[in-house]
Design a protein around this ligand. Structure first.
Ligand code: SF4
Ligand code: SF4
Length: 604
């Protein structure tokens, strides 16, 4: 067991960094993840700490969450401590192995960090994945602030080894991106004995042995739920109203109670160990309440469990999802509103509470290869003829370029089902390189295998850019050979910054039967690149107003953010923002854009 000793220093950390520190101090040996907001900051921070402390952690920047989960399980089965990190929707991909990891259990501690996203601030959906904990029969914690994240992760490793089960920790975007003081607890790490002892009864799950291990798991988790005390009561203890919270809503509720002057009337019970609920602890605090209100975001995960497990103690009126929405982010203003109405307090919103942020559509960065690629698709096929399948990633930042946006690989998957029924339209599926290697390749193989016509466009910007520029497999894998070996009818690679060439290729392929892949390559504008640096130092584009015909092709259709309209309603290029990609020069039909060479005075 790890010995934890106190440390007097206080550090400053955000939620992702707190997880990284906790992993380091818990002696994590193996880290596997698939990057996704809001937990994409954990991996770079832990890599930095690993180098700084010469720790020798093995990293698996996995191509998808399924293989990340299996590899973390393997490390723990060998006695290593592992950490598995993904965003909420990634849990769907990892669910297959995680459904059964509890049957076999783990030896080294395994902690699963999942970033949640109520309000879908950085996701295509706000799926409530708490239910997976019940499905997997794994303990689930939901810390509410930075220190609690750190402490919870450290303690989760102890619990994981005690129960021989992975332990899940959910963190929302709000706490991941929040920054606060952190009191670290440094660990004296014991030498570990790695090894794997074959054990058929434990590791071979089929038929009778699967049922037996399932029963043992259910009994183990139920027993832990009876005993665990992962909750805290705030207030005098005998108030007539009890508000039960978890996660983000907890801090909001504490603020609202104070703001509304309800400290004498309301106790707050915050549950951190949210699955299974701490039954005996909650049983102490439920009786003798006139009314109980569950304030939690997304589904009524606590409300549902409490009604199932402790129904006999709920004597007063009980409310929750009948008053608190199960959708959107439950902000401090919403919590205050709900609590004020529930308690009959006359409360007027401060204007700041209801501050409306103007809605803005996303856009690509200046010099982004996707700007040119989408421009090329739009130019190649008229709007009334084209159907574009979209995919998750930075290629979907302007949300209305594609016709749907759903989940990883929804572009390539939906397109192959749609195309047989829309013979007179050009259906183009799109997706980034990250998505392609995540599961898109399988979808392309599926189209080949089943003779489903498909035109798939891969936007390869040479990194998993949306989540922090993790290394893309397109750097290491010969994707042309790979796709040709899979049996695609044609593979064409084009330069992302040559939109006219891309348009020609798309036009040539749009109506062909068979499976065709167009691979559009061009580095993300945010990746440091000597060619780009050279261009920025030596070249600059300029729009000549006298030649410009105001066709708006560069300003509205291409929509590079560096191209602006000035006070004289003339288009001009903001050279501070321009990345010198040259695409505007390529597409201007009137040759109104000129690329100038900056003459080096030393060489004149
Ligand atoms: S594409 Fe050329 S002609 Fe059209 S608005 Fe831009 S600079 Fe003017
Ligand atoms: S060269 Fe043109 S398209 Fe490229 S970043 Fe500059 S203004 Fe935008």
């Amino acid at each position: 067991m790890t010995i934890i000793k106190s440390h007097t220093g206080v550090w400053i950390a955000n939620g992702n960094e707190a997880i990284g520190y906790a992993a380091l101090h818990a002696g994590v040996d193996f880290f596997a993840h698939y990057p996704g907001s809001p937990v994409n900051g954990v991996e770079p921070h832990l890599k930095h700490l690993n180098l700084q402390h010469n720790r020798g952690i093995v990293f698996n920047d996995a191509l998808n969450e399924h293989v990340a989960a299996l590899s973390a399980m393997g490390a723990s089965m060998a006695g290593a401590r592992s950490m598995l990190v993904m965003k909420h929707v990634g849990l769907n991909i990892a669910a297959d192995p995680l459904n059964y990891v509890g049957y076999s259990g783990v030896r080294g501690g395994m902690v699963i960090i999942v970033g949640t996203d109520p309000g879908a601030n950085s996701s295509t959906g706000e799926e409530d994945v708490h239910w997976y904990a019940k499905q997997f029969n794994l303990p689930l914690f939901e810390p509410t602030h930075i220190q609690e994240i750190y402490d919870t992760v450290l303690e989760a490793y102890e619990l994981s080894e005690e129960l021989e089960l992975p332990v899940m920790v959910f963190v929302s975007g709000l706490v991941c991106h929040n920054t606060a003081p952190l009191q670290p607890r440094l660990a004296d790490l014991k030498d570990k004995q790695f090894g794997f002892s074959p054990n058929r009864a434990k590791y071979i799950n089929v038929g009778e042995s699967a049922v037996k291990n399932h029963r043992i798991l259910i009994e183990k988790i139920a027993l832990w739920g009876e005993q665990q005390k992962g909750a805290k009561l705030y207030g005098k203890g005998d108030a007539s109203t009890l508000v039960i919270t978890r996660g983000n809503t907890h801090q909001h509720v504490l603020e609202a109670v104070e703001l509304l002057g309800l400290s004498d009337q309301v106790d707050v019970l915050n549950v951190v160990a949210v699955y299974p609920i701490p039954k005996s602890f909650m049983a102490l605090h439920l009786p003798n309440r006139k009314q109980i209100l569950f304030i939690e975001d997304q589904d009524g995960f606590l409300e549902n469990q409490t009604k199932m497990e402790l129904f006999h103690l709920l004597k007063g009126s009980v409310h929750g999802k009948d008053l608190v929405p199960a959708y959107g982010e439950i902000t401090a203003a919403k919590v205050t509103d709900v609590l004020a109405k529930f308690m009959g307090v006359d409360y007027q919103f401060n204007a700041l509470d209801a501050l409306e942020v103007p809605e803005r559509l996303g856009t690509f960065c200046e010099g982004c290869p996707h700007t040119s690629s989408y421009f090329a698709i739009e130019q190649a096929i008229p709007m009334d003829k084209r159907v574009i399948g979209g995919d998750i990633g930075c290629s979907s930042l302007p949300p209305f370029k594609a016709d749907w946006l759903l989940c990883m690989n929804a572009g390539v998957g939906i397109s192959q089902g749609m195309r047989p029924f829309l013979p007179h339209q050009s259906i183009i599926s799109t997706g980034g390189d990250g998505s392609f290697f995540h599961a898109g390749l399988l979808s392309v193989m599926n189209a080949v295998q089943n003779n489903l016509p498909l035109l798939h466009v891969v936007f390869d910007n040479r990194s998993v850019a949306m989540t922090g520029h993790q290394v893309s497999a397109s750097i290491t894998v010969d994707y042309q050979k790979l796709l040709e070996a899979c049996g695609v009818d044609s593979f064409t690679e084009v330069n992302a910054f040559k939109p006219l060439e891309i348009s020609e290729v798309i036009h040539a392929k749009e109506d062909l039967l068979g499976v065709h892949v167009i691979w559009i390559s061009g580095s993300c504008a945010l990746i440091p690149d000597p060619v780009s640096d050279y261009r920025r130092a030596n070249l600059y584009p300029e729009i000549h107003p006298e030649k410009c015909a105001d066709c708006t092709l560069c300003y509205e259709t291409l929509a590079c953010p560096a191209i602006m309209s000035n006070n004289q309603n003339q288009f001009e290029i903001n050279l501070d923002r321009c990345m010198r990609c040259g695409v505007c020069y390529e597409i201007c039909p009137n040759e109104a854009i000129e690329i100038h060479q900056i003459l080096n005075p030393n060489h004149e």
